[in-house]
Write a protein that binds this ligand. Structure first.
Ligand code: XUL
Ligand code: CO
Length: 438
């Protein structure tokens, strides 16, 4: 456990059960409790997002930050980065969060040149490796921030200027080196500005080809230096770009197959990104799972009233249950985990709010896991779905599925069988059964 410096007065968060009134205790997340054959800790592999929890003091386009960070101790950004690392491990240690995720620039500041930035990152990676060793906390994924610096205003891999593409390549190389040095389980690409703001000045075909090539090079380099983890793409339809190429799960799945990336890449599904694409969180999870590409989750939720990417902590139990039904049916997330890509509200200014927010998120998913497991095992809720397809167990239907029957044959069978009976979808019944088990 790291020292008690940045979050004084807050002790390690205990599990106290659903009747506890202690807001600094877990009510449902009991890390050693076994559900569906695995402990809760193994199911979730919860991760802290470095950027929201330690780097964002609550600024928005209308005003400066509202929280003071005690790890901003100096005018030297490297000194602050080191203090921030201490604070990160103190926080995760007290929370019992076993993983973390970072962008290169969260961990270490950008320098005056590519080499300078590489040196900064390397120095922090060495310190982070020690911290991991002492604490047992591990890296769920690393990524490169290819969207904040003005040079990336027109994209990184999809930038119309080759000089910018090379800069992005240098950054991804260094971030891959960092991820491998820290034993990262995954490496993420979120295409912040990989898209366009104006179609008439954009060669979309060229840009998509460049993105495909860039990801192939990153994969090849990663494998060359011994990265055995999963590459992940995190779909998002818009913001900051008007249109992003990684629009949603289905778009990304098609893209990965088109560019021959489907064996090395999976998807990191973020709840608020799915809803920004006018899908439910569970929809995008399901599309990824169906394709065998559900890699990891960025756990958060959006404000239903405005639909923006507000990155609230996930406290919507119903949404979490729908998500856990997909995750359980998928057999878990493998090397992935649940990363809290979420920020406390600008008005949540007490240091304990960061703890309370993570407790709320972990408890929401823990409770959702218990309910989803019961719905699947005891209530057999998925039978409602599977029973709708029972007719496909019959011989004629099987020969349709395996491509033996042609269209004329189907017509013949249609005539022979006559007008079909109506099969109720039973939606309200399923919804009321779920409510009954909450
Ligand atoms: C932005 C977002 C990112 C990625 C990592 O909406 O979700 O924080 O998760 O770059
Ligand atoms: Co995210």
């Amino acid at each position: 456990m790291s020292e008690n410096i940045y979050f004084p007065g807050i002790n390690p968060i205990p599990y106290e059960g659903p009747d506890s009134e202690n807001h600094l205790a877990f009510k449902y997340y009991d890390e050693d409790y076994v559900v569906a054959g695995k402990t809760m800790k193994e199911h979730f592999r919860f991760a802290m997002a470095y950027w929201h929890s330690l780097c964002n003091p609550g600024s928005d386009p209308f005003g400066q930050g509202t929280r003071r960070f005690p790890w901003d101790i100096s005018d030297d950004p490297m000194e602050n980065a080191k203090a921030r690392l201490d604070a990160a491990f103190e926080f995760m240690g007290k929370m019992g969060i076993p993983f973390y995720c970072f962008h290169d620039r969260d961990l270490a500041p950008e320098g005056d040149s590519i080499e300078d930035s590489e040196r900064n990152l390397k120095e922090l990676v060495e310190l982070a490796a020690q911290k991991q060793e002492e604490s047992g906390i591990r890296l769920l994924w690393g990524t490169a921030n290819l969207f904040s610096h003005p040079r990336y205003m027109n994209g990184a891999a999809t930038n119309p200027d080759f000089q910018v593409v090379c800069h992005a390549a240098a950054q991804v190389k260094a971030a891959l080196d960092a991820t491998v040095a820290l034993g990262g389980e995954n490496y993420v690409f979120w295409g912040g500005r990989e898209g366009y703001t104006y179609l008439l000045n954009t060669d979309t075909k060229k840009e998509l080809d460049h993105l495909g090539r860039f990801l192939q090079l990153a994969r090849d380099y990663g494998r060359k230096i011994g990265f055995e983890g999963t590459f992940l793409i995190e779909p998002k339809p818009m913001e900051p770009s008007l249109h992003q190429y990684d629009f949603d799960a289905s778009t990304v799945i098609g893209f990965l197959h088109h560019y021959g990336l489907e064996k090395d890449f999976k998807l990191n599904i973020e709840a608020n990104h799915a809803t920004l694409a006018n899908h439910s969180f569970a929809h995008d999870l399901r599309m990824a799972a169906d394709a065998g590409m559900l890699g990891s989750i960025d756990a958060n939720h959006g404000e239903p009233l405005n639909g923006w990417d507000t990155d609230n902590f996930p406290t919507n139990l119903y949404e979490a249950i729908e998500a856990m039904l997909v995750v359980l049916e998928n057999g878990g997330l493998g090397r992935g985990g649940f990363n809290f890509d979420a920020k406390v509200r600008r008005t949540s200014t007490d240091p304990e709010d960061l703890f309370i927010a993570h407790i709320a998120g972990m408890d929401t998913f823990a409770r959702a896991l218990l309910i989803a497991d019961k719905l699947i095992q005891e209530v057999r809720i998925l039978d409602f779905r599977d029973n709708r397809y029972l007719s496909f167990h019959e011989a004629n239907a099987l020969s349709f599925e395996n491509g033996q029957a042609d269209l004329e044959t189907l017509r013949e069978w249609g005539i022979k069988m006559g007008e079909p009976e109506r099969l109720s979808g039973k939606q309200e019944l399923i919804e009321s059964i779920i409510n009954q088990h909450i």
